[in-house]
Design a protein around this ligand. Structure first.
Ligand code: SAM
Length: 267
């Protein structure tokens, strides 16, 4: 048996989530005292928001999955889906897709979306890299949201960070003209990396106050980070259209890899 102590990089692994509360129609659900958007609807109005099987096609025909053509808003690494649920309640005119590689969190998001009778939202267990590179076509996404990407603070795991130059390039390709990215983290080193590398392909705005949305829109990680008194870094980027293929290759090629070190006081 190994006598190795757990690495300090694993201190922030979340505790097991408590069992789901039983909620009555019309009731507002709270998580850490912050409401989750949308009231619970009577059971006969519950929907089926799980996308259990991703079609083999590349790209996937998202219009047929959602049953309509509409701006597509994607939350990558959505966790328990708080942001997507709030956005879907506020903007039913958009198609919302929330993906995460962890089945347990997708189950939470799906159940909440079902119980709110939400239409035009799907939750799926999909890897974020596979989603952008294989499952969607160029100029097909209106918004990409990534809240608190896994920081992989342990230097051994740093190479698993999602927001690499290649990933930034894929976000650019998959967004529609004037498409937008919304990013947030509580790790300054990750933030500095993004602020240094995103502006060549996106008109980048560092949001120094809270998002204008009400607290329902806060992701679970944001709520926990605020409770711990951590600073939250937020930003929004609009795709710089008209970059030629040669310029695109040059810009992506000149970005650095996310090999930054996350200092102990940062987590
Ligand atoms: C720190 S949590 C943040 C979750 C949520 N966005 C929030 O702010 O509460 C990071 C999430 O990203 C997911 N994740 C990590 N790597 C991923 C990948 N390659 N593809 C999809 N999801 C990923 C994790 O399972 C986890 O749920």
């Amino acid at each position: 048996m190994s006598s190795r102590r757990p690495s300090r990089y694993h201190r922030r692994v979340p505790r097991k989530a408590p069992p789901a509360p039983v909620l009555e129609p019309g009731q507002t659900e709270y998580e850490f005292g912050i409401p989750i958007a949308g009231p619970i609807v009577p059971k006969e109005q519950w929907t089926q928001c799980a996308l259990k099987r991703i079609p083999d096609a590349s790209p996937v025909d998202w219009v047929s999955i959602f049953g309509r053509e509409a701006p597509m808003v994607v939350d990558i690494g959505c966790g328990n889906g708080r942001y997507t649920i709030a956005s879907c309640v506020l903007r039913p005119e958009c198609n919302h897709l929330a993906i995460d590689s962890l089945p347990a969190v997708i189950r939470y998001g799906t159940r909440r979306a079902n119980q709110r009778g939400l239409q035009h939202v799907r939750f799926a267990v999909v890897d974020g890299w596979r989603f952008l590179t294989e499952l969607c076509g160029d100029a097909s996404l209106s918004e990409i949201h990534i809240y608190h990407p896994q920081p992989h603070a342990d230097p051994v795991a740093a190479e698993r960070r999602m927001l690499t130059p290649e990933y930034i390039g894929w976000m650019y390709r998959r967004l529609t003209p004037q498409g937008k990215i919304f990013l947030q983290t509580d790790r300054k080193a990750y933030w500095d990396y993004l602020c240094e590398n995103l502006p060549s392909l996106f008109e980048w705005t560092n949001i120094e106050v809270d998002w204008p949305d009400p607290p329902e829109f806060r992701s679970r990680r944001e709520i926990l980070s605020r409770k711990q008194g951590l600073q939250i870094y937020r930003g929004q980027g609009v795709r710089r259209d008209g970059v030629s293929p040669e310029e695109f290759d040059r810009l992506v090629g000149s970005m650095q890899q996310p090999t930054f070190k996350i200092e102990e006081e940062d987590f």
